[in-house]
Design a protein around this ligand. Structure first.
Ligand code: PXP
Length: 237
């Protein structure tokens, strides 16, 4: 089974657009769990334009499934993760002004930094995952770094799959096989959707978890719109 961890950044973005607390992030997290998702993911960024650091602290007592905090491990992020002690921390090398994550780690250049930070989180019993492009060269030193899991960055797969290129799954399959041999868990995320998730899942052995935000919230709007419009029309009739 592959666990679904729902990234709730988009809910926070919508809330932040108006100030106030609508939609209520904590209620969404509770409902997402109620409907069966096995995890909640947040990705606080330094400018707090989506999920705020305070949200992450508030979610600590609300999330009953797996809590996954993603982000670039600057000092503030590391302190927050050590305070909150989520199930999993996913390390992402995103730059401050990136609209969204756009690349995985270069594990060769960042080997000592990643080793240090992974060791610190593991000492605090927090499962670690690092965000990687599907490139075999970045897997070679993972046992040295000591990460429990890898999150494969799936944007390339999603873009190619949409154009009808099924072969784009190949590097992900190869990386997953190597990770399975190394006994490192395989997660995946970015641009996964109802359209492309099944083919991905069917081809990746032991896919432990996917984290999905943008498409899942967009699909929820599409699928929920008719019912809401009809509810308004009933009141206005
Ligand atoms: N994984 C990482 C590391 C991310 O940065 C994001 C986006 O915040 C996701 C997964 C989820 O991507 P999407 O919103 O496209 O589902």
């Amino acid at each position: 089974m592959t666990k679904l961890s729902v990234n709730i950044n988009k809910i926070a973005t919508l809330r932040n657009a108006r100030g106030g607390n609508n939609p209520d992030l904590l209620e969404f997290a509770k409902n997402i769990e109620l409907y069966g998702a096995q995890g909640i993911t947040v990705h606080p960024r330094p400018d707090e334009r989506h999920v705020k650091y305070a949200d992450v602290y508030d979610l600590k007592s609300v999330v009953k499934t797996e809590f996954n905090i993603e982000g670039n491990p600057n000092d503030k992020f590391v302190k927050m993760v050590l305070d909150v002690k989520p199930t999993q921390v996913t390390l992402v090398p995103d730059a401050v002004n990136d609209i969204t994550s756009s690349s995985g780690w270069d594990t060769i250049k960042n080997e000592s930094f990643l080793t240090e930070i992974v060791t610190e989180f593991k000492r605090n019993n927090i499962r670690t995952s690092i965000f990687l492009n599907p490139d075999l060269k970045f897997l070679e030193n993972l046992n040295k770094i000591g990460t429990d899991r890898v999150e494969l960055y799936t944007e390339d797969y999603a873009v190619s799959y949409k154009k009808g290129n099924n072969l784009s799954i190949q590097p992900y399959m190869e990386c997953a096989d190597v990770l399975n041999q190394l006994n490192i868990g395989v997660n995946a995320g970015h641009d996964l959707s109802l359209d492309n998730i099944l083919f991905f899942k069917q081809n990746i052995h032991n896919l432990l978890e996917v984290s999905i935000g943008h498409a899942l919230i967009t699909e929820s709007l599409y699928l929920g719109l008719e019912s809401v419009i009809k509810s308004y029309l009933r009141k206005l009739a």
